[in-house]
Ligand binder design. Structure first.
Ligand SMILES: Cc1cc2nc3c(=O)[nH]c(=O)nc-3n(C[C@H](O)[C@H](O)[C@H](O)COP(=O)(O)OP(=O)(O)OC[C@H]3O[C@@H](n4cnc5c(N)ncnc54)[C@H](O)[C@@H]3O)c2cc1C
Length: 232
């Protein structure tokens, strides 16, 4: 059952001119799975009101004792421009959560979790890192993260702190950079990241083109455990 609640904005971090991180403190905090999403509205409503215009955002944090939620939002069109203009520290927004089936494997605590992130598609994987760390299973996670330029990587210090060099592969597609692999992610990169690629779980979050391209390539290898987070 989804919860509708007001949430206070505790902080806003500007990563780039187009990408901001928001920390929210909901009045009603409830359990959710890593990888799920919420609906955010700028209107103040409660559960008995007609649900107003809103947008969907991945929960970029896992259930935590501080009872806060992290969102990473890219300014893309009309509503996210309103969010950038109107939401600041101390603002109140309404959220409805949690939804989605882009969640970690329920019955498998052993095989690799291979995550493919394109740009802001990194957001659900922050909650995967937190959840797997809490379950002492973080070594199962491999993250292949692609961005146009190095400066577009979000919370890279955090990812480097949590993941070792074998677990975090960074790709830049529009910039030569010593720190990264300077090309797009290939199917071979994905398969080589897994210790047993036939049994691994593949989670993909990026543009529709990014998602469908990898889905097709991995399905051609007869891989079955492929999960997409479709934003469009
Ligand atoms: C499950 C799920 C999870 C998501 N998680 C996130 C997340 O964590 N972070 C995040 O930032 N987004 C996320 N999204 C996307 C988000 O919900 C919005 O769809 C997105 O932010 C666009 O909303 P908007 O109102 O700004 O754009 P809208 O005005 O609704 O426009 C929709 C699209 O049209 C394009 N568009 C709009 N105006 C123009 C224009 N003038 N010229 C060309 N193109 C235009 C924009 O690129 C935009 O993508 C998620 C979506 C889903 C379904």
């Amino acid at each position: 059952m989804a919860v509708v609640t007001q949430a206070e904005i505790l902080s806003v971090i500007e990563h780039t001119a187009e990408i901001r991180e928001y920390i929210l403190k909901p009045d009603k905090y409830r359990r959710f799975e890593a990888g799920m999403f919420l609906q955010l509205s700028l209107e103040e409503v409660d559960s008995s009101d007609y649900w107003p215009e809103s947008r969907t955002f991945s929960l970029a944090s896992y259930y935590n004792k501080e009872k806060v939620i992290r969102l990473v939002i890219k300014k893309a069109g009309r509503y996210t421009t309103r969010i950038f203009n109107e939401v600041e520290k101390g603002s109140e927004v309404t959220i409805k959560y949690a939804y989605g089936d882009f969640i970690l494997p329920v019955f498998d605590q052993k095989n690799d979790i291979i995550c493919l992130a394109g740009g802001t598609g990194i957001t659900p994987f922050f909650s995967f890192v937190e959840a797997l760390e809490e379950q002492n299973e973080l070594e199962r996670l491999k993250l292949l993260y692609s961005a146009k330029k190095y400066e577009d990587f979000i919370r890279l210090d955090y990812l480097k702190e949590k993941l070792n060099d074998d677990q975090l592969l960074l790709f830049t597609t529009q910039e030569e950079n010593k720190e990264t692999i300077n090309r797009r992610i290939t199917k071979e990169d994905v398969i080589n990241a897994a210790s047993n690629y036939q049994e691994a779980h593949y989670y993909i979050c990026g543009t529709t083109e990014f998602n469908l391209d990898f889905k097709e390539k991995l399905e051609a290898e007869n891989l079955k455990k492929i999960y997409l987070d479709q934003w469009e």
